[in-house]
Design a protein. Structure first.
Length: 97
């Protein structure tokens, strides 16, 4: 997965993630084993090492600052993975602020 981490505003997002986790636990879903890391998914790559130019570009951008962006809503997305790639469906969008 290629993603950009979120630095500003990470604490409120972590609080929201914890609330969602508690609600899901109440509904019988097991808790996530990985710790929450606020991020934006930019894309998925099956085997970046098979493409040396892509792997080099990903490595070069690993510590790059991409700037700032205001977010007006959070969407709950469904991700269906298949051999042809991922298909995303928005299940719910909640406005912020």
């Amino acid at each position: 997965m290629v993603w950009a981490g979120v630095s500003g505003g990470g604490e409120p997002l972590a609080g929201l993630a914890a609330r969602v986790e508690r609600c899901l636990a109440d509904a019988g879903f097991p808790p996530e084993e990985r710790s929450f890391s606020p991020h934006v998914t930019l894309g998925r790559v099956r085997e970046p090492r098979r493409n040396p130019e892509l792997a080099a570009a990903i490595d070069a951008a690993a510590t790059r600052r991409f700037g700032e962006r205001s977010v007006s809503a959070i969407s709950l997305m469904r991700s269906d993975l298949s051999p042809r790639g991922a298909r995303y469906t928005e299940l719910l969008s909640v406005p912020l602020g």
